[in-house]
Structure formats: structure tokens, C-alpha cells
Design a protein around this ligand. Structure first.
Ligand code: URP
Ligand code: ZN
Ligand code: ZN
Length: 463
């Protein structure tokens, strides 16, 4: 059905202006000062956006939905995750494909695609994790890139589960350079973490509050230094995911200064939650166990400043939902068994508006840049996604900046049984969310069609 959005204030990463937007079908066909609704087809859906912002659909470049991990599976599927994303204003997800080292990459790719195909209500793509590299795997990675996946993922962490040898890392990055695909990287030194975990557990330090002690900032900085060194050696482009601290950001920026093509991602939990949450009594801290861990509050300012100066490019979530009641409690005896992850795909945009824009840390344009445009550019979806232009997909968020409410698990579509932000104030709400011209959410409620989400084919981003 044709769509007209009238009277809103359009915000992109570079512009702010008042105009009407018309989508005859799935893409934006007109942007004009005033479009006369009476001259449009009768069946046009007209949305009054007066007093509201109109943002490009938000993109979350780092989520986990189907995730076999730490002896369990993440709690969401594409239906619950899509609903959560859309209710919160996110219209495109990039999920990490995380197979085990014995799995064949092509089979894993097909498995992850099949999880999304029937149930996605958002558009989606994937980062293909390389957890093993040999000749057989290499041919499959080439086929996967040919099929429209323009990014790899490597883990320098999770010893014995997802990490690679340095020789395999070198081969992966050499292939990435040849194919022109970017390598996204979880940057923490697996060996050092393993040693520190053993030493903490040996000293009977088993609670969730010890998780952060097993992976301090220097371990993350070492990981960023490592991936950037390999980028320097191979010429591959790299993207450091969930970069959480001053030391790690500095390593990336130092590498950029040397000419390394490195981009930096922050994620919502690190921007607003600090290490004290993982110290909550009665094992409640387990809700806040993620990797890299929540840090001292001082790092939050570094991340916000990095976003404002745009030296940090993106804000994702690393949405990795595990239930507190059953899954997080797998780690009652040892923090090393607590499934790592904090769900936040539904909350990200409201968190950024409330605790970023309204606190004066970011402009609205910075917010759009970090939560939409840069992800589209870095991962080869721009200008189809990530902006408001004639020809772009009509993925739009009509955002009402005024309503005040509180985050609560009761409003969450994720299958996790808790909200990491329970009771926190939020100001603003996605009033209408469209995906390719169709309304998929209204006022924080999913009203769309499950299965409507499309796979986004992405081509190599650099030569
Ligand atoms: O704690 C996290 N980040 N869980 C999900 C897996 C990952 O490392 O991204
Ligand atoms: Zn990670
Ligand atoms: Zn992740």
C-alpha cells in the first residue's frame, strides 16, 4: 500500500529538515516540502508526523538470535527478535553466524538462513564467523561471500570454542582482503582470559562479580592491537565489535593513525551500564555478565565522546538473550559457566535518545549516524538502507520525542525473562515503524507480518 508521512522533521546523519515522504511501494519515491494527499491513490496510508522526528530505519549490526553458546541456545528466535527490534525502531538486523569448529561453514550458513526465512519481520543479513580455516572451509567462505555476505567475524576470545590460531587468522584476513570483505572481530585475548579464569576459580572467586576481573581492559586492548596488526600485515579492513573501554578504543585509533582501515563499534550495554551491575547480590549480577564485561563508569564518557566525534562509528547491541531463571543460573557454581550476553535490541534506540541525545552527549544526527547510516555504509547496504533518499527502502521511524515511560520486561518481546534496564526512565518512543513501506510497529507494539523480512544481498565493499 502506498505510504505518505506528513509534516515530520526528517533527520539523517547529515541533515535536518521538514518535509513529506511518499513511498509508492517499497522504496521512497518523493520527498517534498508538502505533498498533497488528495492527489495520491485513495488507498494511501497517511501518517501524521507533525511534532515528530522521521529517522531512517535503525540498523543493528551486531545481534545474536540463533546462538548455540556455552552449553545452551540463546532464548530468541527470529519472531521474538524481530518483534523486539521493530517495537524499538530497528528495521534491519545483522546477525552473527556462529558455528562450531567442526561444522561446515556452508551448512551453518544455510542453517542460519533457514532460521530467518520463515520468521523474520525485519530485513536481515549475517556476518559469517570463521572458526576454522582450511582449504575446504576456504572454498565455502568464497561461496558464502558470492551469495551476498560481505563480512566475516572472528573471535580472538572463547578458547577452544570459537577462537582461531594466528595462522588461521592470517589466512582468514588474507582471504578477506582478496574478496574485499570486512572482518569484524571480538577482541579479547583468549589465552590470557583462560589463565585468569583458572586463577580466580582456584581462589574460590566464583560469583558473577569476578567475570570482569578475568578480562580487564588490557586484555581487550591486546585483542584490538592484535587484529589491527594482522590488518596491517594483510591489508584487510577490520571492525572491532562491542569495544568497551578507553584502552581498546585508543588501540584502534592508534592503528587508524598508522593507516589501518579499522572501524569501531560500541554497544548499548557498555554505554549505559557499569561494572557495579555485575556485582548485584543474590546472583542478580549474572544478568549483567557479557563479554567484554561491563566496565568502570569512566569508560562510558570515552565511548560517548568517541561517538560524538564519530571516531566510534556505530552503536549496536550485541543482543544475546539468555533467561535468568534457567540459563544464567547454569553458572551458579562458577561465573565461567554463566552464558554471556545482555538483551537490548528493543531498548537501544530509546536508550540512545534518552541517555545520549537528551543528556546532551549526542546530536540527533550523531544518533542516526551511529545507529543506522554508518552500519549501512560499512557493511555495504547504503543507500538502500541507512538514509532517507529517493530510491532508498522506505524503512522509516516516526519518533515521538515526548512520551515518558519506564523500561520493563513486561513490554519486552524478547524471550529473555528480565530487562537489564528494569524501571529506568525512557523519554521518546517509536510511534510508527515501517519496513519497505509497510507499517510493522506502532507505539511500541508489533503490528506487522511475520515472514515479511527479506535477506539483504551485500556485495564486497572494497577493492
Ligand atoms: O557476552 C556476549 N558478548 N555474548 C555474545 C557473544 C559475543 O561475544 O558476542
Ligand atoms: Zn563478542
Ligand atoms: Zn556478539
Amino acid at each position: 500500500m502506498p505510504l505518505l508521512i506528513k509534516g515530520g522533521r526528517i533527520i539523517t546523519a547529515t541533515e535536518e529538515y521538514k518535509a513529506d515522504i511518499y513511498a509508492a511501494d517499497e522504496t521512497i519515491t518523493r520527498i517534498e516540502k508538502s505533498i498533497d494527499a488528495s492527489k495520491l491513490p485513495k488507498k494511501t496510508e497517511v501518517i501524521n508526523a507533525a511534532g515528530k522526528y522521521v529517522f531512517p530505519g535503525f540498523i543493528d549490526p551486531h545481534v545474536h538470535i540463533y546462538l548455540p553458546f556455552m552449553g545452551t541456545y540463546a532464548a530468541d528466535d527470529y519472531e521474538s527478535a524481530s518483534k523486539a527490534a521493530l517495537a524499538g525502531g530497528t528495521t534491519t538486523l545483522i546477525e552473527m553466524i556462529c558455528p562450531g569448529p567442526k561444522d561446515e561453514p556452508w551448512d551453518a550458513y544455510q542453517l542460519w538462513r533457514s532460521q530467518a526465512k520463515k520468521k523474520a519481520a525485519v530485513d536481515y543479513s549475517f556476518h559469517m564467523s570463521v572458526v576454522r580455516f582450511d582449504n575446504k572451509a576456504k572454498q565455502q567462505f568464497e561461496k558464502i561471500v558470492d551469495d551476498g555476505i560481505a563480512s566475516f567475524k572472528v573471535f580472538l576470545a572463547y578458547k577452544g570454542a570459537l577462537d582461531l590460531t594466528d595462522e588461521q587468522l592470517y589466512q582468514t584476513m588474507t582471504l578477506a582482503k582478496k574478496l574485499g570483505v570486512i572482518v569484524t572481530s571480538h577482541c579479547e585475548n583468549a589465552e590470557a582470559i583462560d589463565a585468569m579464569q583458572k586463577s580466580l576459580l582456584g581462589a574460590s572467586k566464583t560469583g558473577p562479580e569476578w567475570h570482569a576481573h578475568s578480562r580487564p581492559p588490557v586484555i581487550e586492548a591486546a585483542g584490538v592491537h592484535h587484529i589491527c596488526s594482522f590488518a596491517e600485515l594483510t591489508g584487510a579492513h577490520v571492525y572491532t565489535v562491542h569495544t568497551s573501554c578507553d584502552e581498546a578504543v585508543r588501540e584502534a585509533l592508534n592503528a587508524r593513525y598508522r593507516g589501518v582501515d579499522v572501524w569501531v563499534e560500541a554497544v548499548a550495554p557498555h554505554l549505559v551500564l557499569d561494572e557495579s551491575y555485575a556485582e548485584l547480590p543474590d546472583f542478580e549480577g549474572a544478568k549483567y555478565v557479557m563479554s567484554p564485561p561491563l566496565r568502570h563508569k569512566r569508560h562510558q564518557d570515552i565511548l560517548w565522546h568517541g561517538l560524538k566525534s564519530r571516531s566510534i562509528s556505530t552503536v549496536g547491541t550485541d543482543h544475546a538473550p539468555f533467561t535468568f531463571d534457567t540459563q544464567k543460573k547454569m553458572g551458579l557454581e562458577a561465573f565461567t559457566k554463566i552464558p554471556n550476553g545482555i538483551p537490548s535490541v528493543q531498548e537501544r534506540v530509546d536508550l540512545m535518545h534518552t541517555y545520549g541525545v537528551l543528556k546532551g552527549r549526542l546530536s540527533l544526527k550523531d544518533m542516526v549516524s551511529a545507529c543506522s547510516t554508518q552500519a549501512a555504509r560499512i557493511f555495504g547496504m547504503y543507500p538502500k538502507k541507512g538514509t532517507i533518499k529517493v530510491g532508498s527502502d522506505a524503512d522509516l521511524v516516526v519518533y515521538d520525542p515526548k512520551p515518558k515511560a519506564r523500561f520493563t520486561v513486561k513490554d519486552s518481546y524478547s524471550n529473555a525473562d528480565y530487562s537489564a534496564f528494569e524501571g529506568w526512565e525512557k523519554i521518546g518512543r517509536p510511534a510508527v515503524v515501517t519496513v519497505r513501506g509497510q507499517v510493522q510497529a506502532r507505539n511500541g507494539e508489533f503490528v506487522g507480518t511475520i515472514g515479511r523480512g527479506q535477506f539483504i544481498r551485500r556485495d564486497a565493499t572494497h577493492g
